[in-house]
Ligand binder design. Sequence first.
Ligand code: SF4
Ligand code: SF4
Length: 475
Amino acid sequence: MSVSTFKRGLRVPTRKAATEGKPVELVPPPKQVVIPINQHFGAPNQSLVQAGDRVKRGQKIADAVSPGPMTVPVHASIAGVVKKIEPRTQSNNSEGICIIIEAEGEGPAALVEDGGPDTEFLPPLDPFTCTREEALSRIRDAGIVGMGGAGFPCHIKLAPSKPVDVIIADGAECEPYLTTDEAALTEKPHLVVKGLAIVMKITGVNRAIIGMEDNKAHLIPMIEREVRLGGYSGDIQVGLCKTLYPQGGEKMLIAALTGREVPSGGLPMDAGCIVQNVGTLSAIAEAFTLGKPLIDRDLTVSGGACKTPKNIRAPIGTLLSDLPPEFIAIDRSALRKILFGGPMMGNAVSSIEIPIQKNTSGIILMTEAETWTEAEGPCIRCGRCLRNCPMRLSPVIMNYSLEADDFDTALTAGLMDCIECGSCTYMCPARIKLVQRFRVGKQRFRARQVLEAERRKAAEAASAAKAASASAAKG
Ligand code: SF4
Ligand code: SF4
């Protein structure tokens, strides 16, 4: 099988050995979960429960303030009693409203997979006989968002406004340390293939590629067997890419597997593609076959300060600090940095008392030796950030412009096309925190756009009111 790739890209140490090939272990039922009511990219939710309410596992507990397409509900991940609803720090370091559910007793029924007395799943639905609208509603009602990134609502992605002819299952998992996508391909290839077939049915696309880096080539026979057993030979292929960072980025995977380029400012559908993470595909399959909402997720817990590195399955809202030390043991004296996500694109957080969310692919507990401690130096204009940016942007110019509050130049240099892969930061000899600046810069730019839109709206309303009062005065 040929191995494809994209232009540029880095060889970074993969640091996956500690969890690679390890089975996914179900966490001991947690005594509580802290569930953020907003875990998606889109319009905000409100709580549907109050303190004191008893909830079942799978019960909807938060949904949109007002109906709209960019909304995704949230469900209770364990059965128990709502203790509090209050702001807590989330993995993006911002405060957000969370519903805290305490398991009753020891919570023995907390992790019942389906049909137990303490569960409230959706009724199973046949994705191949229901209508497209019913299928999209099921994906929304099950609270499914992209589990490999920013939490984009899945039902929106599957209803593209442009023609699409290829679906790509993203199993590249190029971030160091993380091994849960590999575990999904190893332990539940039938669900990944089924999820892919459901997506193909919904979108009417008859070609799909399961994309993986060549360090997972040993999984090909097993995946091809599932494809054959499902009767999808000819429609679903496996595509092998070079083990290169950031191969798992949507735009990189599309370039490697189809040779197409997503235009600047565009989305995968602008290249005729939809990309879905393999974990998300497996959640889609379960939303139909079991009626199971997105209430658990697989993630990697690793890093030098983790004495028990492993892949785990945890209810959404689980705190690492609530897991018993015999399950996850942390060397607190060696712990220097906690990351939600991988070291290239993840967020550094200040505590392990932060809930696992729908998009938490890993928690990495790092020692001094695994982190950079050098202070930032001045830019020496070496150009390494430019040469290594997979999006062919100008990180050094973006950085200077943001420092000068010059958004126009930062935008021209490509700020909004930055995929926040961290390659520039990794390569910068001056240790300038480039990607962190770009993340903040993008947030500031979006906030500025919202403010400008509000100002425009207010000015239009004022001028309409003035015109109405002038016409009333004439009349
Ligand atoms: S890599 Fe760092 S030091 Fe080199 S040009 Fe880019 S920002 Fe400057
Ligand atoms: S500018 Fe953005 S896309 Fe380019 S290397 Fe840096 S983080 Fe990655």
